[in-house]
Design a binder for this molecule. Structure first.
Ligand code: PLP
Ligand code: SF4
Length: 432
């Protein structure tokens, strides 16, 4: 299969579009003007069950749904499109709605490190042992997820950050012996040509950085375009690069996004996983818990079991961030905790390498580990998996039970405390 994709501009040419009613087609057009979408030919032809597309997780993941906009915003776009079509007015309204969707959530811009006095754009160093790197060539995806919290990077120029010249990054790495792994992320770096991977890998592995143990690659290619590792023109070269890097003693870990067990069932993904594993690559899986997609403990238990059968290590269940079409996908902290607990209880210990549900928020990665009662007060028990200050890691704290909490910002300290133990220090960090 050759890669091609469907977007706002050509989805009406998709053979399957005739399954949609006129009003469903209209919804895609209206919402798609605000929330960019892109569905790969693989998603459209192999993953979506078109006989039942309205409830299909991959359809909802790939095509905008009417309820992803407020009815007010929907009506505004619908109206402008009818009256003026593509126009300045449309552009302005789209921009306005996008900005109202909190595009740069959770302080992404606060984590940019400095080298020799200059800000290292395209790099984040939030947790001591891991450095994130956003190569400019990896800032798009094989398909866009409708829940994506990074879409502003593709659509709003002012929040785009990436790196072309890697010398300062290599210099920074040399100066920071605490960094053990580099996480190449995006967008989806899986979209990069092998030649680009070779360039970055060469610099990372041949610059004498002996404290670099692992290169992680955050990619959704296994879900949206497994051919990246099988039949693409430069797939064999990529596998060879991975194999040679592992032979040099550097681990490669694919941080794969799998939102639903059905993404693990095609012959294409099976082959891709086998090839990666035989090249010595580790595969870990992570996904947000999302309404309409995977808000069921059965789905998660099935997914973790299947992953372990296939040689993948379950790693994280995330809470969806406060951005984009968040309301549509949002699962409350309580529901997320219950889904996680139910699924966890029903799988073997081999699947219990997973952690969650976890929020990647300003203070760090915060795991909901309990919902309980302490001396008559119902509370959430929370724990730091990662912390802006590494002293916070593995510390627990308590928040008042709130059935309508969807994010850490909805939580208040329990037991009449004024603030959480980390609040002051975090505020200081932001000032500094
Ligand atoms: C999740 C995450 C990491 C990696 O954390 P691990 O727990 O080591 O997987 C690094 N940086 C950011 C910003 C993250 O959200
Ligand atoms: S693969 Fe990741 S970055 Fe790309 S659209 Fe999906 S969530 Fe966003």
């Amino acid at each position: 299969m050759k890669y091609h994709s469907y977007t706002l501009y050509n989805f009406m040419k998709m053979p399957q579009v005739e399954k949609l009613t006129a009003s469903q087609q209209r919804d895609i057009e209206v919402v798609g003007n605000v929330l960019p979408f892109k569905a790969s030919s693989y998603v459209v032809d192999k993953l979506i069950d078109w006989d039942n597309f309205e409830d299909d997780p991959f359809f909802i993941l790939s095509f905008p749904q009417r309820e992803m906009l407020t009815s007010k915003n929907y009506a505004e776009i619908d109206d402008i499109l009818k009256r003026e079509g593509k126009s300045e007015a449309l552009k302005r309204k789209v921009e306005e709605i996008r900005l109202s969707l909190n595009p740069n959530s959770s302080g992404q811009s606060h984590n940019v490190p400095k080298f020799e006095g200059n800000s290292l754009k395209g790099v984040q160093h939030k947790y001591d042992e891991t450095m994130l790197f956003f190569p400019v060539e990896g800032q798009t995806c094989h398909a866009f997820c409708t829940f994506c919290f990074r879409w502003p990077q593709f659509t709003l120029k002012e929040v785009k950050f990436s790196l072309r010249d890697t010398n300062p990054m290599i210099g920074y790495l040399k100066d920071h012996p605490e960094i053990q792994d580099v996480l190449i992320t995006g967008g989806d770096p899986g979209i990069m040509k092998t030649k680009i991977f070779e360039k970055y890998f060469r610099e990372l592995t041949e610059s004498g950085i002996s404290h670099l143990h692992t290169i992680r690659i955050g990619t959704k290619a296994l879900t949206y375009w497994p051919q990246r590792f099988t039949t693409d023109d430069d797939a064999d070269d990529l596998l060879r690069l991975f194999e040679n890097t592992v032979k040099k003693g550097i681990n490669i870990s694919i941080m794969a996004h799998f939102n639903h067990p059905r993404a693990l069932e095609t012959p294409e993904v099976e082959t891709a996983i086998k090839r990666l594993l035989s090249a010595g690559v580790q595969i870990r899986s992570q996904s947000p818990v999302l309404k309409h997609i995977n808000d069921s403990s059965d789905v998660w238990a099935t997914m973790w079991r299947k992953q372990v059968d296939m040689g993948i290590i379950p790693y994280y269940m995330f809470i969806a961030r406060d951005t984009g079409a968040r309301e549509y996908f949002a699962v409350s902290l309580e529901d997320a905790f219950n889904i996680y607990t139910d699924a966890y209880r029903n799988v073997s210990g081999l699947c219990r390498t997973v952690r969650g549900p976890s929020m990647s928020c300003d203070p760090g990665k915060v795991n909901i580990i309990g919902l309980t009662e302490v001396q008559g007060e119902k509370v959430f028990v929370l724990r730091f998996i990662q912390g802006r200050n590494s002293d916070w890691v593995n510390q627990t704290f308590f928040a008042k039970y709130n059935p309508n909490a969807y994010w850490i910002s909805d939580l208040e300290p329990a037991f009449g405390e004024k603030e959480f133990f980390f609040t002051k220090e975090l505020q200081e960090m932001y000032k500094g």
